[in-house]
Ligand binder design. Structure first.
Ligand code: HMG
Ligand code: MG
Length: 297
């Protein structure tokens, strides 16, 4: 059955902005995060500690973290692909970090310049060191519903890799549908296959809406017992290493669905739309949220 409550993980300040041509200043990114936080979101991805040459939009994530007010119960997280990234995150006071790899060998090489196996070997010391500092680590697995280069990835591979990330010490595994090719049957099958190696409350789903299937897939994931959903306000997003990947599922759209189902999130739609407004009216990004379009028009 459906859960009583769901935790939304807001990824717009990272996944939403990382691939935009228009790059925001740290101050503009901070204002976005402030509004997201004010809407009731408690888990917000604030940026990345990755190569600034490769992902210029995430430059100065340390300045973003430094300017964010500490709010009880709110956690700002950052991507940390290696020890260099983790050290920067610790220095900047991140409340959570995330490692990220893929279920596709080709995508992983393009994204983080190494094989899947090497990425896991790289993450192990990152997870260990984060734990020494009491920083929770999230694990992302990309291409769980398909790869832009390799097409369909066997579910058995996805299960093996997600399980390895969990056993390494990631407290939550975010199943990425990087290019939005998933369908509800595969979502349900994957989540079922992941039992019992990963408890349901340690699973999150991360859908991009390239093919317009994200909300349907989320509904399938909810029915399969998942209680953590990644999304980005205004449906902002796109991965630099997945050609054609459109935005993340829009937070407004997910919230509308959850409100309709009577599922608690702690997020206020009107306040969330203040973040939509900032991104679209003030910063000039496109509004890819259907609910945002309906309510702001
Ligand atoms: P590499 O070339 O193997 O690393 O890159 P390296 O150790 O050889 O270093 C190369 C250069 O990068 C050096 O600089 C390092 O200092 C620097 P140089 O000496 O040449 O001037 N460097 C770093 N700089 C800052 N922070 C760091 C860092 N590490 C090395 N942590 C690396 C490996 C992963 C760093 C690189 O390939 C990279 O940054 N890639 C970008 C990854 C990325 O951000 N991708 C997008 C996010 S993933 C995603 O969107 C999918 C997701 O949303 C889920 C889904 O939708 O599926 C999560
Ligand atoms: Mg993504």
């Amino acid at each position: 059955g459906l859960p009583d409550s769901v935790r939304l993980v807001e990824v717009s300040p990272r996944d939403g902005l990382q691939n935009q041509q228009q790059i925001l200043s740290p101050e503009q990114r901070v204002e976005l995060i402030r509004r997201l936080q004010a809407s009731g979101l408690t888990r917000i991805e604030a940026g990345s500690f990755v190569s600034a040459e490769r992902v210029p939009a995430m430059r100065d994530t340390d300045q973003v973290l430094a300017a964010l007010p500490a709010v009880p119960g709110v956690r700002y997280s950052v991507l940390t692909p290696n020890i260099k990234g983790l050290d920067a995150a610790l220095q900047a006071g991140a409340g959570e970090v995330a490692v990220f790899t893929g279920a596709s060998e080709t995508f992983t090489r393009k994204n983080i310049q190494c094989s899947i196996t090497d990425s896991l070997n790289r993450f192990a010391p990152v997870v260990d060191k984060a734990k020494e500092h009491n920083i929770p680590v999230r694990g992302y697995l990309s291409c769980t519903m398909g790869c832009p280069y390799e097409g369909e990835i066997p579910l058995t591979d996805v299960v093996t890799l997600a399980t390895e990330l969990f056993q390494m010490g990631c407290y939550e595994i975010s199943l990425g549908d990087t290019i939005g090719t998933g369908n509800p049957a595969r979502v349900q099958e994957l989540i079922n296959l992941l039992q019992p190696s990963i408890p349901l409350d340690a699973l999150a789903v991360h859908f991009h809406d390239t093919y317009g299937q994200a909300l349907t897939n989320i509904y399938a994931a909810l029915n399969a017992g998942v209680r953590v959903i990644d999304s980005a306000v205004a449906g902002l997003g796109g991965c630099p290493y997945a050609k054609g990947a459109s935005g993340n599922v829009a937070t407004e759209d997910v919230l509308y669905l959850l409100n309709g189902l009577g599922i608690e999130t702690g997020v206020d739609m009107d306040k969330l739309l203040e973040a939509t407004r900032l991104l679209t009216s003030d910063y000039g990004y496109r509004n890819d949220s259907r609910v945002g379009q309906a309510l702001l028009s």
